[in-house]
Design a protein around this ligand. Structure first.
Ligand SMILES: Nc1nc2c(c(=O)[nH]1)N[C@H]1C(S)=C(S)[C@@H](COP(=O)(O)OP(=O)(O)OC[C@H]3O[C@@H](n4cnc5c(N)ncnc54)[C@H](O)[C@@H]3O)O[C@H]1N2
Ligand code: MOO
Length: 658
């Protein structure tokens, strides 16, 4: 038999996934795992922050432990002060002691007597109130009281803060500074907490490099370990970091076998699908019984998840794609860690919203679709974040997700949806920008954020931004769309009920690597001619519907040079493709070309403007944005980015109030 050369082994892919439903996957997991808190352990109070209480805490002492003076003055019997006032003070004789905090009284307060007491001092038997020193006058061993007092005045009774026998903290509560204060007040120097679930975390893949190292061509920073480890800690788990393992069966097996004895669970990511490097599942199958209980769940994202139980310990391979990894973590693993850590089930928070756009879904897989929420006149709108399983930002930036049933192929625009919220509840955004991305907009939003405004940006492209403004579901949209007929930017596209705020101009042009000998000394037109004549000269195109694509079409006419079918979705993506040699030329804005150190041949200026729904023009966040856009210092900062601001600030102000 001839040996398959390594370069051809990528073609050697197996079909091993036997997809089961989401419900069945959960059922199998519950069947094989013990879903209860791990055993308790006692830890010193100083190490208790963030730990989960293993048992209810019943107070075994009173706090305060004695009746306590709240002011400096005299311990008295309230009845002795009946009728006393400035004209007719009551006179009491002083007992022979001084009750500073920490001293146990030796003499009772009998009728007609009083004892000097300091704030925090222990009240003697017989006393039922404290006379403030300001309301008295001392004369030798006598004291005059110039007011009456109700019994209980200016003192705290024993057990009024915490009463012995009271359940003061409950099992499952996470110990924060406030709970730790209570434990100390009760005299505890140790506390019984649930043992932290120990989760070993490992990323697999030859292409992975650790954050902090430079990623070479084709390499990827290992982000799964970081997000999964932090999520484990958020859930009360302890992480055993195993780092990155290359696609090497022997190394992987060795690493897993040495990790298993010290942990309660192993989480891997990557190498669970059908590719040549996907060998993790073969390794975990032989680590212990019963082995793999699910490999392939009809779920999107997350289909190739592989769940094994090896001699009682779960070993789970999360899919390598970052969104798939973190989604499946939260779907299958987080509830287990919570339970083991002694935490109650997650409180599910949801919001009712509508989908502004028709949304396709894959038939046969339950789909979790990440969305960003925006408040409109008819309630919340859920804009799909639409970045796919490979994205790292979608999960982190989304407000929540909707679940689309496996049998649904498409949800029509305006469908009501139930959004499962993720992350901490934040207050409503002061400014929501939905639309096209621009470094200038980033600068403006960063400034507002630094001023304390809650800003939210959803990059859904110019057209998506215009939909959002038309529906009144955002505060502003950054847009740059050219009308092919007239060459005019943005104004032809805005709808009644929205206002166009002039932004700035950005120079569009052709980019290529500075050292590419084929393009030296050419202008834009001759570069296009040269590229059209050479099939080895690859372009990178833009997505249809983008303003840049309109311009590219004008420049190319009927020509379709090599690479015409490759589409990037942003100026940055075009520049990145050219800089790393995947393409040789494309169209982008000059600012981005500089960032990637590319040569730039100007073609045409495009206008990046802001569209604001009239109904939201007066919102404080929008007004602040507009003032900022007109502010000379901000305009200097934008100009320094290479953005051309030839619209006078006064015109801006006029637009803002129109
Ligand atoms: N022919 C098929 N191919 C694929 C299928 C399929 O059914 N048939 N399923 C796709 C789906 S769905 C997913 S999800 C992915 C998951 O694949 P793997 O779990 O095998 O993951 P890898 O191939 O190792 O990596 C996928 C992707 O993610 C990047 N990655 C991996 N680990 C990390 C990490 N720790 N940090 C950041 N990024 C990571 C990796 O570089 C790849 O780009 O398979 C599809 N394919
Ligand atoms: O399951 Mo994959 O997560 O669809 O990308």
């Amino acid at each position: 038999m001839t040996e398959v050369p390594p370069s051809k082994q990528a073609g050697h892919q197996t079909q091993h996934l036997q997809t089961i439903s989401l419900e069945e996957a959960h059922r199998r997991l519950r069947e094989h795992l013990t879903m209860q808190a791990l055993p308790a352990e006692s830890v010193p109070l100083v190490d208790a922050l963030g730990r989960v209480l293993a048992e209810d805490l019943v107070a075994d002492i009173d706090v305060p432990g004695f009746d306590r003076a709240n002011v400096d003055g005299f311990a008295v019997r309230a009845a002795d002060l009946a009728g006393a006032d400035a004209g007719q003070p009551a006179t009491l004789s002083l007992n022979d002691e001084l009750l500073t905090p920490g001293r146990a009284p030796q003499h009772p307060v009998t009728a007609g007597t009083a004892t000097i007491i300091a704030t925090g001092g222990m009240l003697p038997r017989g006393a039922d109130a404290v006379l403030m020193v300001e309301d008295s006058e001392r004369e030798g061993d006598m004291v005059k009281a110039y007011r009456t007092l109700a019994p209980g005045r200016f003192l705290t009774f024993a057990g009024s803060d915490i009463a012995r026998g009271e359940t003061i903290l409950f099992r499952g509560q996470t110990l924060g500074s406030r709970e730790i204060g209570i434990l100390a007040a009760l005299g505890h120097d140790r506390v019984t907490v649930v043992r932290n679930p120990r989760v070993a975390v490992l990323s697999t893949g030859d292409e992975l490099v650790a954050p902090g190292q430079r990623a070479g061509p084709g390499q990827v920073h290992d982000s799964n370990s970081a997000i999964v480890s932090a999520a484990i800690r958020e859930l009360g788990g302890a992480v055993i970091p195993l780092g990155i393992c290359p696609d090497d069966e022997t190394a992987l097996e060795h690493q897993l076998r040495s990790a298993l004895p010290d942990c309660d669970m192993v989480l891997l990511s990557g190498g669970t699908s059908k590719g040549a490097g996907d060998l993790s599942h073969q390794v975990i199958e032989r680590l212990g019984a019963p082995g793999i209980i699910a490999h392939g769940v009809a779920l999107k994202p997350g289909k190739p998840i592989c769940i094994a139980v090896c001699d009682g310990k779960p070993v789970v391979i999360l899919p390598g794609f970052p969104t798939s990894a973190i989604f499946t973590f939260h779907e299958f693993i987080a509830p287990v860690i919570r339970r083991w850590a002694g935490l109650p089930p997650e409180r599910v928070r949801t919001a009712e919203a509508r989908l502004p756009l028709q949304t396709p879904s894959e038939l046969g897989r339950t789909e979790f679709l990440l969305v960003g929420l925006s408040e409109g006149p008819d309630g919340l709108a859920a804009y799909p974040m639409g970045k796919g399983s490979g994205a790292v930002t979608a999960f982190s930036k989304a407000d929540g997700f909707i679940t689309i049933d496996a049998l649904t192929q498409s949800l029509p625009a305006d469908s009501p949806v139930n959004v499962r919220l993720i992350g901490e509840t934040t207050r409503a955004a002061d400014l929501i920008a939905v639309g096209s991305h621009c470094v200038g907009l980033d600068t403006l939003l960063a400034q507002l954020s630094a001023e304390g405004l809650q800003v939210k940006a959803m990059h859904v492209g110019s057209t998506g931004g215009l939909v959002a403004t038309r529906r009144g579901e955002c505060d502003l949209a950054g847009v740059h769309l050219m009308d092919a007929g007239t060459g005019a930017y943005n104004r032809p596209f805005i709808s009644p009920g929205t206002v166009l705020i002039p932004g700035y101009r950005r120079m569009q042009g052709l980019v290529y690597r500075k050292d590419d000998p084929r393009f030296q000394g050419l202008d834009a037109d001759s570069l296009v001619r040269r590229a059209c004549a050479d099939r080895d000269c690859l372009m990178i195109n833009r997505n249809p519907g983008s303003g840049t694509r309109v311009l590219i079409n004008q420049l190319l006419g009927d020509n379709q040079p090599a690479g015409f079918g490759m589409q990037a979705r942003s100026h940055n993506a075009v520049a990145a493709a050219v800089a790393n040699g995947r393409a040789d030329w494309g169209m982008a804005i000059d600012v981005v070309a500089w960032k990637y150190d590319l040569a730039f041949l100007p073609v045409q200026e495009e206008c990046y403007d802001f569209v604001v729904p009239e109904s939201r023009l007066q919102r404080p966040g929008v007004q602040r944005f507009l003032r900022l856009l007109g502010d000379p210092t901000t305009r200097e900062a934008l100009a320094a980015l290479g953005l051309r601001l030839d619209v006078a600030a006064t015109d801006l102000a006029a637009a803002a109030t129109s």
